[in-house]
Design a protein. Structure first.
Ligand SMILES: NC(=O)c1ccc[n+]([C@@H]2O[C@H](COP(=O)([O-])OP(=O)(O)OC[C@H]3O[C@@H](n4cnc5c(N)ncnc54)[C@H](O)[C@@H]3O)[C@@H](O)[C@H]2O)c1
Length: 332
């Protein structure tokens, strides 16, 4: 893997400029287009929210400058994605048996893309993945734009992101800036004069944010156990801890969706994927640190009669499929 600094040193930083005169010459004529043709591969929670944004806020029209493809025929999105110049990929990255991220769907969709495109991976992927695809497909400009939306407030999060990061590979900073200009603005943006992330840095940022939050949940549950042992009211303690702006109230709840511990579509698989990645790199101490959170969480779930699979669901599936859990289970 090429270290970020090495990539930087070879690549001049271009700020506050979306277009470069040479862009048309390298075959990426769409750099020059005010409104490029956009494609979305995988129109689920993430892709579907992006679709809504492009249609409602940017006035993109399906079939004219917006092309959608999803393998789920019931969704009715079977457009020819190759009509697009700029393609967002938001297919699932579930976990393999060993916990690592399964990139097979991502690999499969790359094979369906022809010509020279700007491709933005939005799926959560292990550090180095975007660099890998960039090298494997040098004909494209491959970028990474992590998605931070929450399922409960997806549309609000889409319109009001805290940060909008488009991480670049090789010499693709102009493409990153162009893509950034298509997305909702955020107080912190990259590339910008404030921040200039490589794709690998953006990939790590996404995992780090999720694992920090899962750690907060396990921490909160450990404090809850202490409070319960002493007959103390955890809710009072929670307010006391969370009032510190360095800590904050979020993810200190010990009963979310009616069970203790973390769950949801992403937390379990992302934790497992990062642990597997640390192990692959031989960074065993860090793998152990996060593995301990995983073991703690699985224990909590087990004592409620749940498995990580039971709670690794989209919110809407949870509400549909798990009414018993929503009403709350007692820890065994
Ligand atoms: N759900 C979230 O809140 C959230 C937040 C941030 C990041 N992410 C990440 O974004 C990615 C997608 O998550 P999601 O929640 O949108 O998943 P999702 O399951 O809601 O949607 C994925 C869609 O991709 C489709 N698909 C599968 N294989 C395909 C293929 N080969 N070609 C085209 N379409 C295909 C599926 O039919 C589905 O409609 C994952 O990597 C996830 O970790 C999700």
């Amino acid at each position: 893997m090429v270290p970020a600094d090495a990539v930087r040193s070879k690549t001049p930083i271009i700020r506050n400029r979306f277009l470069k005169p040479s862009a048309a010459a390298d075959g990426f004529k769409h750099y020059m287009d005010k409104k490029p043709k956009i494609g979305i591969l995988g129109v689920g929670m993430v892709g579907g929210t992006l679709k809504r944004y492009l249609e409602e806020k940017k006035k993109f029209k399906r079939g004219r400058n917006l092309f959608l493809y999803d393998t789920d025929r019931k969704k009715g999105y079977q457009d020819n994605i190759n009509f697009a110049d700029v393609i967002f990929i938001s297919v699932p990255t579930p976990q393999n048996r060993d916990g690592s991220a399964d990139l097979s769907m991502l690999k499969a969709v790359f094979e369906t893309i022809n010509g020279k495109k700007i491709i933005i991976i939005k799926s959560t992927v292990p550090p180095g993945t975007t660099e890998f695809f960039s090298k494997k497909h040098p004909e494209h400009k491959v970028l990474f734009n992590p998605e931070f939306l929450t399922e409960a407030n997806a549309w609000h999060n889409m319109l009001n992101p805290e940060r909008q990061l488009v991480g670049w590979t090789r010499n693709n900073q102009e493409a990153a800036q162009r893509v950034l200009s298509l997305l909702p603005q955020a107080p912190l943006a990259s590339p910008s004069s404030e921040l200039n992330l490589t794709a690998t840095e953006a990939e790590i940022t996404k995992y780090a944010a999720n694992l920090f939050l899962t750690r907060k949940v396990t921490f909160a549950n450990a404090i809850f156990d202490l409070a319960s042992h002493h007959g103390a009211n955890y809710e009072n303690i929670k307010l006391g801890i969370g009032s510190d702006p360095r800590i904050g109230q979020s993810h200190l709840d010990v009963n979310y969706h009616g069970y203790r511990g973390y769950g949801g579509y992403c937390f379990t698989k992302d934790t497992n994927a990062l642990i597997a990645h640390y192990k692959k790199l031989g960074l065993q101490h860090s793998a152990d640190l996060f593995n301990q959170d995983r073991i703690f969480n699985e224990g909590l779930l087990r004592r409620q009669g749940l498995t990580p699979n039971d709670v690794s669901l989209h919110d809407k599936e949870w509400i549909k499929d798990k009414p018993a859990c929503r009403t709350g289970r007692k820890l065994k």
